[in-house]
Design a protein around this ligand. Structure first.
Ligand code: 13P
Length: 253
């Protein structure tokens, strides 16, 4: 199965940004004609998931979450279970973002458990992987990504509810992006890792997103890279005009 069999995916991660008034950005996105062959997803902070779903209602814009707990429920103050996200109408959840791996000490094993919990609740798990600048400069990128994949993407996951996001830590929020050859190298290694884990045909259905400083002015070249099926967009997803431009670049790729 070739890349043509995978629907493209433009996903926005609002991180800890956004108040109720900012949902007006979603109205703009929802009323713009979304390309039929591109999936669009916005992951607002948990406080905005429910109202965001109301704003997206009747449009092709899907709403997801930025994290979930590994357990299905219980005495976990402040945490949110995947089934609770699904109950609201969320369709996806990001797990293992570097800001959670670094800021909250999340290990590969925890990320794997969260991905499993997400899928058990019927959510698409968007598993993030990425090297630090030091690791890239040391020539360790593929080894680091390989180890994160081995630990965060267990064979028990369902490839049909799985998306991987390659997000180099040094490219997030920095305005820097890897060379296109560097992106291609990591994405091709992830496709091979998926094939080894799930078999070639299921592996070919998993979308591979690039994330880290994707903007309207660099989106087209990133989307031209082999095995890039879309983007996970931070800053530029906060603005409907910028995110729409990225969606259009993806539709045209
Ligand atoms: P930026 O697009 O702001 O660099 O963020 C990328 C990211 O971390 C998305 O999850």
């Amino acid at each position: 199965m070739g890349a043509g069999m995978r629907r493209k995916l433009a996903a926005g991660n609002w991180k800890m940004n956004g108040l109720l008034a900012d949902l007006a950005q979603l109205d703009q996105l929802a009323k713009a004609p979304l390309p039929a062959h591109v999936d669009t997803l916005i992951c607002p902070p948990a406080t905005l998931i429910h109202p965001a779903l109301a704003h997206a209602k009747g449009s092709a814009l899907a709403i997801g979450a930025q994290d979930c707990h590994a357990q299905g429920g219980g005495a976990f103050t402040g945490d949110i279970a995947a089934v609770q996200l699904r109950d609201l109408g969320a369709s996806a959840v990001i797990v293992g973002h570097s800001e959670r791996r670094e800021g909250h000490g999340e290990t590969d094993a925890l990320v794997a458990a969260k991905a499993q919990a997400a899928q058990a609740a019927g959510l698409c798990a968007i598993v993030c992987l990425g090297e630090t600048l030091g690791q890239r400069q040391a020539g360790d990128t593929l080894a680091v990504i390989g180890a994160q994949f081995a630990g965060s993407v267990p064979a028990t996951l369902d490839p049909a509810l799985l998306v991987l996001a390659y997000e180099p830590v040094w490219a997030i929020g920095s305005g820097l992006i890897p060379t296109l050859a560097q992106i291609a190298e990591v994405h091709s290694s992830l496709r091979a890792a998926l094939a080894a884990r799930f078999g070639a045909a299921p592996a070919a259905t998993v979308r591979l997103l690039y994330g880290g400083s994707v903007k309207p002015d660099n989106a087209a070249e990133v989307f031209g890279v082999a095995d890039v099926d879309g983007a996970l967009v931070g800053g530029a997803s906060l603005n409907a005009q910028d995110f729409s431009a990225i969606v259009q670049a993806l539709a045209a790729a």
